[in-house]
Ligand binder design. Structure first.
Ligand code: S5P
Length: 265
């Protein structure tokens, strides 16, 4: 039996986490499901990308620990740009330790991630208390967590049992976990967000195990929601034009998915 796919605004109504609600609504309003992976090593380059590409994206993903010249002032400007251009900040920290340690990594250190990043990533490998530790910091700020369920890299160890266990951990913390990093939709529950990295305009790979699929394969064939694009945009001769192209491909794929329903798995 076919069930019509819900649009993002309808899914927003089903979210317990206010940030997930905001992101679903923002995507429909701004008509973009493109997340920029701003993997650059200077604050000047990061802020330039945020300003130039901000109008095209729903989310800007950072790895702040690769910035050579990080300062708290950079985060202040990034936050202003996020408000000006209406996108959310996603620090791709990939926490992977015991609950007590990740609490400190999230709240303190050089980066004070919880004070500015709307969402962060964590591995489920240490067990569910990694989520509990992060939630003790993040919930008070209205933040959200994405669990890495399945990576884009070749020979990763996330087999179907690992993925099922990751979903089960997420279900224990619906007020904090907003979704997954994954290569395919994981559940029939419509409140989860599915972010897919490893996206380029053509299928391919890099020399260090990254595997690329296309916006259409991620959004239509695999039923994911948000495409994460890094080098496909950053290494283009005109990153603004490239971002517009990825935005269009991602959004048209989403619109096409809404038109054609598929049988539930
Ligand atoms: O499975 C994953 C998960 C993530 S978050 N594969 C990934 O590539 N990522 C991140 O997405 C990675 O850390 C990088 O920041 C981005 C992909 O970059 P690209 O240049 O290959 O598009």
């Amino acid at each position: 039996m076919n069930k019509p796919p819900l649009h993002f605004t309808a899914r927003a109504q089903l979210c317990r986490n206010p940030l997930a609600k905001l992101l679903f609504t923002l995507m429909d309003e701004k008509q973009t499901n493109l997340a920029l992976s701003a993997d650059v090593t200077t604050t000047a380059a990061l802020l330039k990308l945020a300003d130039q590409l901000g109008p095209e994206i729903c989310v800007l993903k950072t790895h702040v620990d690769i910035l050579d010249d990080f300062t708290p002032a950079c985060i202040d400007t990034l936050t202003q740009l996020a408000q000006q251009h209406r996108f959310l900040l996603f620090e791709d920290r990939k926490f992977a330790d015991i609950g007590n340690t990740v609490k400190h990594q999230y709240a303190g250190g050089l980066y004070h991630i919880a004070t500015w990043a709307h969402m962060v990533t964590a591995h489920s490998l240490p067990g569910p208390d990694i989520i509990k530790g992060l939630a003790e910091v993040g919930v008070q700020y209205g933040r959200g967590l994405l669990l890495l369920a399945e990576m884009s890299s070749t020979q990763h160890l996330m087999d179907p049992t690992y993925i099922q266990q990751t979903i089960a951990f997420a279900e224990q913390y619906p007020e904090f976990v907003i979704g997954f990093i994954t290569q395919h939709k994981l559940s029939s529950q419509p409140h989860w967000l599915y972010f897919t990295p490893g996206i380029k305009l053509q299928k391919g790979s890099d020399s260090l195990g990254q595997q690329y699929t296309t916006p259409e394969m991620a959004i239509i064939d695999q039923d994911c929601d948000i495409i994460i694009v890094g080098r496909g945009i950053l290494q283009a001769s005109d990153p603004v034009a490239a971002a517009k192209q990825y935005r269009q491909r991602g959004w048209e794929a989403y619109c096409q998915r809404l038109k054609y329903s598929k049988p539930l798995a």
